[in-house]
Design a protein around this ligand. Structure first.
Ligand code: NAD
Length: 417
């Protein structure tokens, strides 16, 4: 069987915890190289891969699948470790580069990988700023290689099954979406809290899942048109001094973001509004729900299993288990995104969650920051892009740093006040 040769750059938490476990389950992929500039992270990933592949091989042997078990053992032995991604690109020439580094490294690694002839899939957010996304988009267009924006929520059982029911007309036309995501915050790592490395805080890091997923549910045939920081909280620091990497520290990004996005389909004028919250503390917004002209859908659990509760306009309730082809095992949504891209590369079909989806999702967040900086006034995507391009023209090489500073200006004012 022809396999896609994958080189991984960035072997920290998300790679070891969520991406690595998917690979032995994807027969069409071979991880040929692991790369990380931190030798501890690289060593931990190499050990985790050896353990996982051996355990999986033993299980496969018990089931009589000797050939696949042997392939996994050989893959684990053959994988090459690199500290420098340029060396990895040169020596391995991977079919696919998977990027799981901090956002500051996404754009340079993606661009160099594309130019070296590899396809790329990269963790969210696509980069620190929309301007960096433009550079990646240019490299995709110039090289003709594929780029997948790795938004795992598209492969999540709930959102995927909702899309299925929306397409079937179960609640009529989508009108409003409430999507929120909150976790206590990545307090064990510094880069998430550093605007120069991350580009933003909880909205860009965590809320971006709900941004892209709400667009997926509104329909990728719609366009994000206008964005607003949502009153009363908008984009804010709820807990200005937090324990980060072991001690109380101030930080310069948001730990909560509430925004409104208007998505509109250009030919019919159909629109839907999304309210998105991305928090590193707790959710304040109404629970996740999708409203249509004839009903609503929300997630519920029945006997510990995730269901869609679909209420029609007569108040009748139908419960359907969230299901699909790509979540046979945890962590299913990561398995889904990797399998999708590997199959895209093999079949020569462009992924649907591509560089443009990644870049527009980033522009939505950028426009939301600008809206907050402008007193929570609505900002059109067009206006935001003009604003960012004007900074690029004026600030040249410093454009990304200036854009980040401008976007988070309102927040920094509060922090230093
Ligand atoms: N999809 C999700 O649900 C999800 C969850 C967590 C993190 N993430 C994303 O994954 C990315 C990584 O997050 P993480 O939590 O794994 O961080 P991490 O710090 O645990 O891992 C990042 C790794 O990248 C390495 N790295 C950084 N720059 C590099 C370079 N130039 N060359 C080689 N290696 C380099 C670091 O040494 C580190 O080992 C971020 O973009 C984050 O937003 C996504």
């Amino acid at each position: 069987m022809e396999r896609v040769r994958v080189g991984v750059v960035g072997t920290g938490s998300i790679f070891r915890g969520a991406h690595l476990p998917a690979y032995p389950e994807i027969e069409e992929a071979q991880v040929v190289a692991l790369c990380d500039n931190d030798p501890r992270s690289l060593g931990a990933a190499a050990r985790a891969m050896a353990d996982l592949y051996e355990r999986t091989a033993q299980r496969l042997e018990e089931r009589g699948e000797k050939e696949r078990a042997e392939t996994l053992r050989k893959d684990a032995q053959k994988v090459t470790l690199y500290r420098d991604y340029r060396e990895m690109l040169k020596k391995e020439k991977p079919d696919l580069v998977e990027i799981c580094t901090s956002p500051d490294a996404h754009a340079p690694i993606a661009i160099e990988s594309l130019k070296a002839g590899s396809n790329v899939m990269c963790e969210k957010p696509m980069s620190r700023t929309w301007l960096e996304c433009l550079d990646i988009c240019q490299a995709v267009e110039e090289t003709g290689k594929f780029y997948q924006h790795n938004e795992n929520w598209l492969y999540d059982p709930f959102y995927y099954t909702v899309r299925k029911f929306l397409d079937a007309g179960a609640i009529g036309e989508v009108v409003a979406l409430y999507l929120n995501t909150a976790h206590p915050g990545p307090e064990n790592r510094l880069f998430f809290w550093d605007e120069k490395l991350a580009g933003g805080g909880s909205l860009l890091d965590n809320g971006i899942h709900a941004v892209t997923a709400s667009w997926f549910l509104a329909g990728f045939d719609t366009r994000p048109v206008t964005v607003k920081a949502a009153a009363p909280i908008g984009i804010a620091q709820r807990m200005p001094l937090r324990i980060i990497d072991g001690r109380f520290r101030p930080f310069r990004v948001e730990d909560d973001g509430h925004i409104l996005i208007l998505f509109q389909e250009p030919t019919t004028g159909r629109w839907a509004t999304a309210h998105v919250e991305g928090s590193w503390s707790h959710p304040d917004s109404p629970p996740t729900a999708i409203y249509g002209t004839m009903g609503m859908i929300r997630p519920t659990y029945e006997d510990g299993r995730l269901h869609l509760e679909i209420t029609d306009s007569f108040g009748r309730i139908r419960k359907v288990e969230a299901s699909g082809p790509t979540w046979t095992f945890w962590p299913s949504s990561f398995y889904g995104e990797i399998k999708n891209m590997v199959q895209c590369v093999l079949s020569g079909v462009k992924p649907i969650c591509d560089h443009q989806v990644g870049a527009e999702s980033q522009a939505i967040v950028g426009a939301a920051y600008l809206s907050q900086a402008r007193g929570q006034k609505a900002v059109s995507l067009e206006e935001y892009k003009e604003f960012a391009l004007a900074i690029r023209k004026k600030a040249g090489k410093r454009a990304n740093e200036v854009l980040i500073e401008e976007q988070l200006k309102a927040l920094h004012k509060t922090v230093t006040d």
